[in-house]
Ligand binder design. Structure first.
Ligand SMILES: CC(C)(COP(=O)(O)OP(=O)(O)OC[C@H]1O[C@@H](n2cnc3c(N)ncnc32)[C@H](O)[C@@H]1OP(=O)(O)O)[C@@H](O)C(=O)NCCC(=O)NCCS
Length: 169
């Protein structure tokens, strides 16, 4: 399989925040943002693998900034690293200033997707070749994050998480 770049999977979704999607403080409800990120990340994983993809894990989410009703929100997702059948997808969330149009980073998240065949069996995906400094940085950290996710879900023994353990020694 020919290696792909993160930009080939890049998926950008822009949408408004409507009143039905807010919490009692009139800010975007967290679950709504999780769904938007899941959708964009799923498309990115599909673009990379050209297979059916399923969410295996939400590895990290940071709700750093409240997003008010009426905001224009952009979810920007791309595959940061591909393993054998799984892919890490990094998602940046931007909010557009109503008056200036400038965008500020509101949130980010990291999801893991697995490519599957028609019967739901994991299937091999192409490798990825990062290009920019940011893509290289995210690629480098992805193996540690995968190991952490597997340890937390009980699918890997902490002793086997070699690259993760190296962070602490
Ligand atoms: C995700 C799923 C396909 C994994 O199946 P599985 O039988 O555990 O398959 P494997 O053990 O071979 O794992 C497949 C890959 O996923 C990775 N993986 C599994 N769980 C993971 C986790 N919690 N975090 C990170 N990676 C994980 C494995 O490391 C493996 O990666 P690799 O092949 O790139 O090395 C399966 O659990 C599934 O179908 N889950 C439901 C998915 C779904 O419905 N999502 C929507 C929720 S509403």
């Amino acid at each position: 399989m020919i290696a792909k770049t993160p930009s080939e999977s890049r998926t950008i979704m822009t949408d408004m925040v409507l009143p039905s999607e807010t919490n009692p403080l009139n800010n975007l409800f967290g679950g709504e943002l999780l769904a938007r990120m899941d959708r964009a990340a799923s498309i990115a994983a599909r673009r990379h693998s050209r297979r059916i993809t399923v969410t295996a894990s939400v590895n990290h989410v940071a709700f750093n900034q409240a997003v008010p009703n009426g905001s224009v929100v952009t979810v920007d997702a791309r595959v940061s690293r591909a393993f054998r059948t799984s892919m890490e997808v990094y998602i940046d969330v931007w909010v557009e200033d109503r008056f200036t149009g400038s965008k500020s980073k509101a949130n980010d998240a990291i999801y893991t997707f697995v490519a599957v065949d028609d019967s739901g069996k994991p299937t091999v995906v192409p490798e990825i070749s990062p290009e920019t400094e940011l893509e290289k940085e995210r690629y480098e950290g992805a193996l540690r994050r995968k190991q952490l996710s597997l340890v937390l879900s009980g699918k890997m023994k902490p002793d086997d998480a070699t690259e993760l353990k190296a962070l602490f020694s």
